[in-house]
Design a protein around this ligand. Structure first.
Ligand code: ZN
Length: 155
């Protein structure tokens, strides 16, 4: 009798498919403070990320998107981790995830990445790395945009 647990790879594939088919936080965020639209032309992925940032905290976020399972699962997983996080923490998660996508094995074991760790295997496929990073590219652009707008509003 085989009592062994399913291989990690299969579990990871299930997680990615689940987020792709049932994306979390998908939709329009009515009371957003910032919005960014990002495209990955090499694969045809698109993400529109909307955030409500108050006092350097991500109060809420939603996304709309279209594209491959890696890009859409990645942004869905990202959204579940970032809600309620401070901008410093969000930057940290983005740095860790980017590191993991560039083969940093220590980052791949970082529990703060949660389900995003299921995408670690993508690092072996350079063409798909852009897909996995698209949501975080949008996040970093959105945080930058918000800061710039706040700086302009304050002057
Ligand atoms: Zn893609």
């Amino acid at each position: 009798m085989d009592r062994s647990t399913p291989p990690m790879k299969a579990l990871y594939q299930q997680l990615i498919l689940d987020h792709y088919k049932n994306p979390r936080n998908r939709g329009e965020l009515e009371d957003r403070t910032v919005e960014v639209h990002m495209r990955n032309p090499t694969c045809g992925d698109e993400i529109k990320l909307q955030l409500r940032i108050e006092d350097d905290q991500i109060v809420d976020l939603k996304f709309l998107g279209d594209g491959c399972s890696i890009s859409q699962a990645s942004v869905s997983m990202m959204s579940t981790i970032l809600k309620g996080k401070g901008l410093d923490e969000a930057h940290q998660v983005a740095r860790r995830f980017t590191g993991m996508m560039h083969g940093d094995e220590e980052a791949a074991r970082d529990s703060t990445l949660g389900n995003l760790r299921s995408l670690a295997g993508v690092a072996k496929f350079p063409v798909r790395v852009k897909c996995a990073l698209l949501g975080f590219d949008a996040l970093q652009e959105a945080m930058k945009k918000q800061q710039e707008e706040e700086a302009t509003a304050g002057s």
